[in-house]
Each structure stands twice: as structure tokens, then as C-alpha cells.
Design a protein around this ligand. Structure first.
Ligand SMILES: O=C(O)C(=O)C[C@]1(C(=O)O)C=C[C@@H](O)C=C1
Length: 318
């Protein structure tokens, strides 16, 4: 048996991503983690775990910063331990990606007509913080429909956990207060709840991208990427050098490598502010001189980490 971690409990979109990655295998045990950091920490430290699935970005409201910050912290932490020059050889590597269609629903313990929501004094909404930016227009409209109702948002560790919490809170709530979770339909079914409204995300093609990670195999063959593969690299520049970021990106251009994403997160190093870790992803059409490419990257970065090279999931193009 192999074990994969996902942000639980069952019924989360992360659970769906893990099922998509391993679903047709019969030798996989799905282990729910109660936070995104635990998905990384347990994979790193618990060698009975083989894989982990974490959300990375959403097509409506962008980066899942919790995950980017975990990769940043791991690179900074391991820069002190495992480097070849200024290349950080991280203990984890990315081996795949999954795309999950996000279809949010309004979910409650008991069925009520949406048009009666305005009769409540208070609506308490529960969901994962990444969700609020995916349903902001919908919630603004809902508030307009309920001018005398107060609304409160409560963050939870995941969408499916939000459903469980809404049910627990409802059983103890005062009259006139209703607890509603925003999650997927599977989470409603698993918790025997009612869907009050369906597909409430502001953008109907709302999709979240997930990364699949494993511990880096000690003697990992340095993967020379093949066509339609993607590489994820994080790096810090020599901040005070003018054009230091351009120096890194121009190496991609020199080697005719196409960057398909760039993100940054605060470096949070000591008391210095406004310094960043950059994350880039790239792919290319023909094989490259990777040794030369990596040598040049290393020459202009403070330190850098190749998180992995993995097949481009065809759902990227949908
Ligand atoms: O809470 C879940 O269901 C998750 O899988 C986490 C997560 C996220 O962190 O982005 C994944 C997809 C959605 O965008 C909402 C939440």
C-alpha cells in the first residue's frame, strides 16, 4: 500500500485532487491532514507517508499563499543544510499536478428556501479562507437580498471541515441564527446536509491547481525534462544588484525556455522588509543544455531550488 496525504476531512477539493491523481489504483490509502502545513510537515517527517497533495493556485483568486509560503520556508530552512553551491536540494519534490473544477454550494444542516434567508437575524458563513475571493460577487448579492440580516464570515481549515463546523454550530445556535458552509456538493452529502444553492462561484470555470509531492529519492536521476513537462523553481536574487531579477529571467530567454508563471512571496528574513522569494515555472519545445542553464541560474541567484519537473496535466489546456 502507498499512503497519500490531502487536506481533509474527506469531501474537500484536495481530496478530489488526490483521487484524480491516484484514483484508478487499488493500493492507495488516503490520509486526511487537518491543515495545509501538516500536508508538508508530515510528508517530510513521517516516512510511512509516500505522497502529499496541496492546493497551489486558483483561477479566480490566484495564489494559495499558505502553500507558496510552505515551499518558501522549506527552501530557506534547507538552504542551511543541503546545497550544491547555492542550489538547495530540497527534501521534497514535485512530481505532478492536478486541476479540480471548483463548484461551490451553500450548505446547511437543514433545508431552507433561499428566499427566506432574509427572515434570519444573522447568517454565519463558514469556509476555507481561499474561498471568499471566489464567491465575493455572490455574497454581495446575497447581502443585498437580506438588508436586515447581519452576515459573519468564519474561516475554517478546509471546505469540508466548514460543513462539519456549521452542523455542530447549528445544533447549539440561538433562534434566528443560521450557520451556512460554502463547500463542494460531496462535502454536503458526506455530512448529510442540504444544498441551498448550487454553483455559486463567481466564475463558472473556477479551477484550483494542486501539486503532488513526494520525498526526493536519494539517488534521484536528475530528470532531464521531456516535451510538455513543467519545471517549478524558486529563488532569491542578489537584492541590491540592479536588474538582478531581469538577470535571472534573461537566462530563460537565452536558452529559449518559455516561462509560464511567476509569483513572489515576502522573504521575511530578519528585520529586512520588501525582499522576495520568486517562483517561476517554465517549459520548452526542444531539449536544452540543462547543466549550462542551471549553472547560469546559480550564478545570478542568492540561492535557488528546482522543486521538480513533471508532466503538464492536459487539463491545464481546458
Ligand atoms: O478546502 C478545500 O476543500 C481545499 O481543498 C482547499 C482549497 C484551497 O486551499 O484553495 C482548495 C480549493 C478551493 O479553492 C478551496 C479551498
Amino acid at each position: 500500500m502507498v499512503k497519500t496525504l490531502f487536506l481533509g476531512p474527506k469531501g474537500t477539493y484536495s481530496h478530489q485532487a488526490a483521487l484524480q491523481q491516484f484514483g484508478n489504483r487499488t493500493d492507495v490509502e488516503y490520509v486526511a491532514a487537518d491543515s495545509i502545513p501538516k500536508c508538508i510537515e508530515k510528508l517530510k517527517d513521517d516516512h510511512t507517508i509516500d505522497y502529499s497533495v496541496i492546493p497551489l493556485e486558483n483561477s479566480t483568486n490566484g495564489q494559495v499563499v499558505f502553500s507558496y509560503d510552505l515551499l518558501r520556508d522549506l527552501m530557506v530552512e534547507e538552504a542551511k543544510l543541503t546545497t550544491e553551491g547555492n542550489r538547495v536540494v530540497s527534501s521534497l519534490e514535485v512530481i505532478g499536478e492536478q486541476y479540480v473544477a471548483i463548484v461551490h454550494c451553500l450548505i446547511a444542516a437543514q433545508l431552507i428556501k433561499l428566499e427566506l434567508l432574509h427572515t434570519y437575524q444573522k447568517v454565519v458563513l463558514h469556509s476555507h479562507p481561499q474561498v471568499w475571493g471566489q464567491v465575493s460577487d455572490y455574497l454581495a448579492h446575497l447581502r443585498q437580498q437580506c438588508p436586515h440580516t447581519s452576515f459573519e464570515k468564519v474561516d475554517s481549515s478546509s471546505t469540508s471541515e466548514a460543513v462539519k463546523i456549521a452542523v455542530e454550530c447549528q445544533s447549539k445556535s440561538a433562534p434566528g441564527v443560521i450557520h451556512i458552509a460554502i463547500a463542494g456538493e460531496v462535502a454536503a452529502k458526506l455530512n448529510h446536509c442540504e444544498v441551498l444553492d448550487y454553483a455559486i462561484n463567481d466564475r463558472k470555470n473556477n479551477t484550483t491547481r494542486f501539486l503532488v509531492l513526494q520525498r526526493r529519492a536519494e539517488a534521484a536521476p536528475s530528470r532531464t525534462p521531456h516535451q510538455s513537462q513543467v519545471s517549478l523553481v524558486s529563488f532569491t536574487t542578489k537584492h541590491d544588484d540592479p536588474g538582478s531579477l531581469v538577470d535571472v529571467l534573461s537566462i530563460l530567454k537565452t536558452h529559449s525556455i518559455n516561462m509560464c508563471s511567476i509569483n513572489s512571496r515576502p522573504l521575511n528574513r530578519g528585520t529586512q522588509k520588501w525582499q522576495y522569494v520568486f517562483f517561476i515555472e517554465y517549459y520548452y519545445a526542444e531539449p536544452r543544455n540543462w547543466d549550462a542553464f542551471f549553472k547560469e541560474i546559480g550564478s545570478v541567484c542568492s540561492y535557488w531550488c528546482l522543486w521538480g519537473t513533471f508532466p503538464r496535466n492536459e487539463r491545464y489546456y481546458e
